[in-house]
Ligand binder design. Sequence first.
Ligand code: AMP
Ligand code: TRP
Length: 326
Amino acid sequence: MRIFSGIQPTGDKHLGNLIGGFRQYAATQEQGEGFFCIVDLHSITVDYDPEDLRRRTLDLAAMLFATGLDPDRSTVFCQSHVTAHAQASWLLSGVASYGQLGRMTQFKDKSSEREFVSAGLFTYPVLMAGDILLYQTDIVPIGDDQRQHLELARDIAERFNARFEETLVVPRGVFPEVGARIMDLQEPERKMSTTLGTPQGTVLILDPPDVVRRKFKTAVTDSGRDVVRTPDKPGVTNLVEIMAVATGEAPEAIESRYGSDGYAKFKEDVGEAVVSLFTPVQERYRELRADEGELRRLLALGAEKARAISAPTLASMYERMGFVRL
Ligand code: AMP
Ligand code: TRP
């Protein structure tokens, strides 16, 4: 089975990324042949600093290994190192629907708050579709916020297969059972995000333990005293899910343990559970990040493997779309 996922190198990585992204990558790599891509080409679609992109690309490589990806087992690489991604994106833009791209909520959210909206922000999901389809991917581990983009990638694959010849595997999204959408601790009606959330409500994987504890202590809860997941308690629901992921317990077990004891102790305990989740990751990250030569070596190996695997799919796409091959 082929597994593919991508993650952007810009923006500090947070608890939502750990749960919807990193942890799922490490778990799914056991099930087949995993390709995990640092999607640097996606990061130029909003304002960014070139030096920052370069540094954060290596930061993210270290984080992917620190959270459990095994370079002997999985292929970890940078999107810009495999030119097939940019090429696939252009070819697929011929079968992607303009109307459907305009309905993407991420595009609507990100474009509404900016003065300058790049063309790349609009075509971003086509590049993402190419990432996935080039590897004949069966499953894509992602968080809930990428559901719509994955649906679009499936539509693109189906349209390509129908318009030309059966060429591309139609991929399936895989979402965490608990915690597929981690919410901001201050504004639990929006997702945790460094670009769209609040700084105090966004817990960074590299936050020092005291900062993590403080963010949970000041998390917004709801009225009442019951630790229970209900639609009118988005804050408490989010905290129960976070604790369930951090401790490996079932959410129901957490609810019955705290009952109607109120929120102060509960929030403190969730913070502590997250500190325990982060500590070993932070230690491994620091070690790996210190050896830049080794990170570059691993990325070069990953790129080589990714090029070899994606090349035949790209060649078939050119062929079937009617380009003269020499
Ligand atoms: P990004 O950092 O936007 O490239 O996202 C990397 C991965 O983290 C993707 O699979 C996202 O779906 C996932 N992710 C991002 N934010 C959250 C969140 N708040 N809750 C759960 N998963 C998330
Ligand atoms: N758009 C994804 C995000 O922001 C990142 C991404 C790019 C991706 N290409 C991908 C995720 C391919 C899964 C598969 O989170």
